[in-house]
Design a protein around this ligand. Structure first.
Ligand SMILES: Cc1ncc(COP(=O)(O)O)c(C=O)c1O
Length: 464
């Protein structure tokens, strides 16, 4: 295929992405999933797109037949979403007992779950070992804890150590985990660290994995591959010095960046695998099983949030659209707008793409603080009361991790499948939260007792 053909193919695909979104949005309006009073915000995941993406992931890594692609549950922890990914042959990476419970509820078998977290509790470790969930220990104290637990009850869990290869930070410092002083893992290049790590593997034959996650979004492929190559070098050294292949698996983490600027659906697994083959050929020579932990790359491009425009105004000469999507569903974008800008679509109340000449405007959310803006001075067709905006590429780390400020209700999340005739079928992935559930979450059930206690305390403090 020549360059022009590649470009044209991409353009067709891009049109497909936008066209599919519009079909989903229009169907959502028609079917009442979005409504100016009853359902102000809703989120959607194009399940057909996710299926194709996961198939591409499996295809691109097929040069190593022993791969477990463990989806990072933090990217989207909705149980039906996890269940769908389980059905597509993925495993699951979890980082708390809550995520572990979600993964188990989604049907992942324990031997396809990997537990990472820098702060695993004794209870979490005991449960994981009992179930046979894989564990990446974060530090030497955790290794000692695991050792004590194993001395009383053996386990089928595969256990590794998270290593910080200290290759440096990427474009977003807060997302970079391989800086010199990162809180994650054992810092490989610190004085005495390599020797101490080697001793741990020598002493504990149950340590059979190494793990590295260089960072998320903003880390160039070469940086990620460099980090992985350093931990693979270390694994090779351990096996060589021990004279046996004790380390049998390399967990390379996730972190493949997503293109938030275009409608291209190419997830970049192919170029990533090429980079890994160049920088870390040992990963593909059959000696090691590979575990991956992609999150954002699996879902971000296939999800979007839609919200009604409640009012528009002009303030200090600036056009502002006040919408129902703000910090409660786009927390990172609102609090770190430079690091997490997102594309926004403009639609009329029926979901049709607006065509007007773009003008600069702020797109604001409903929260009661001035910074609750999902875009500043953004060129968009003029937004009007009753329109709908879409927040694109938000399938990961957005609606699934809501921010509870102002008691805004969690929106419904719907999976969409589109058939050959263009009909959209929705599956509920999370019901919209209602007011009773909100009251329950905010202590309604504790009301009598809490009030009695408070009144008793108040009465006794006023006694002479
Ligand atoms: C240990 C670990 N693995 C995997 C991921 C997923 O990263 P991403 O969503 O960028 O692929 C993260 C994200 O924070 C992580 O901390």
């Amino acid at each position: 295929m020549n360059k022009i053909e590649v470009r044209e193919r991409r353009i067709v695909k891009n049109l497909e992405a936008a066209g599919r979104r519009e079909l989903i949005l229009k169907a959502a309006v028609t079917q009442g999933l979005l409504h100016p009073e009853e359902a102000l915000v809703a989120a959607f995941i194009d399940l057909d797109g996710v299926r194709e993406n996961v198939a591409a992931l499996h295809r691109e890594f097929s040069a190593n037949s022993r791969v477990l692609h463990a989806f990072a549950a933090k990217a989207n922890c909705l149980v039906p979403v996890l269940a769908a990914l389980n059905g597509l042959g993925m495993g699951c990476e979890v980082a708390s007992e809550g995520e572990l419970a979600q993964a188990l509820a989604a049907g992942f078998s324990p031997d396809r779950i990997v537990f990472d977290s820098p702060a695993k509790t004794g209870r979490e470790l005991r449960q994981s070992l009992l179930l046979g969930v894989a564990i990446n220990a974060d530090n030497f104290q955790e290794i000692e804890r695991i050792s004590e637990l194993l001395s009383t009850s053996p386990s089928l869990s595969k256990i590794g150590i998270r290593i910080n290869p200290q290759v440096g930070v990427g474009g977003i410092e807060a997302m970079s985990t391989a800086g010199a002083t990162s809180k994650f893992g054992v810092a490989l290049a610190d004085e005495g660290s390599r020797a101490r790590l080697f001793e741990a593997y020598r002493e504990y034959p149950w340590l059979t994995r190494v793990h590295a996650h260089v960072g998320s979004q903003g880390c160039p492929l070469a940086l990620i591959a460099d980090g992985i190559s350093r931990v693979v070098d270390f694994a090779d050294e351990v096996n060589r010095r021990l004279g046996r292949q004790q380390i049998t698996a390399i967990d390379i983490g996730g972190g493949l960046p997503v293109d938030f600027e275009s409608d291209s659906l190419e997830s970049g697994f192919g170029p990533y695998v090429q980079e890994l083959k160049r920088a870390v050929p040992a990963l593909f020579n059959g000696q090691y099983e590979i575990v991956t932990e992609f999150g954002r790359t699996i879902l971000a491009k296939f999800g979007f949030i839609a919200a009604h425009v409640e009012y528009t105004k002009v303030s200090g000469g600036r056009r502002i659209a006040i919408t129902h999507a703000g910090a409660q569903v786009a927390t990172r974008t609102v609090f770190m707008p430079e690091a997490w800008p997102i594309r926004i679509g403009a639609h009329d109340g029926l979901g049709r793409t607006k065509q007007g000449t773009p003008v600069a405007q702020d797109v604001a959310g409903p929260c009661c603080f001035a910074g609750d803006l999902i875009a500043r001075n953004r060129l968009l067709p003029p937004l009007e009361q009753g329109d709908i905006i879409t927040l694109l590429d938000t399938g990961a780390y957005y609606f699934s991790t809501p921010f509870n400020y102002n008691s805004l209700l969690d929106p419904g999340v719907y999976g969409a499948n589109i058939d050959a005739e263009g009909s959209v079928r929705f599956t509920t992935l999370r019901r919209p939260q209602n007011i009773s559930e909100l009251l329950e979450r905010t202590g309604l059930d504790d009301l009598p007792e809490a009030l009695t206690l408070a009144l008793t305390a108040a009465a006794s403090s006023t006694l002479p």
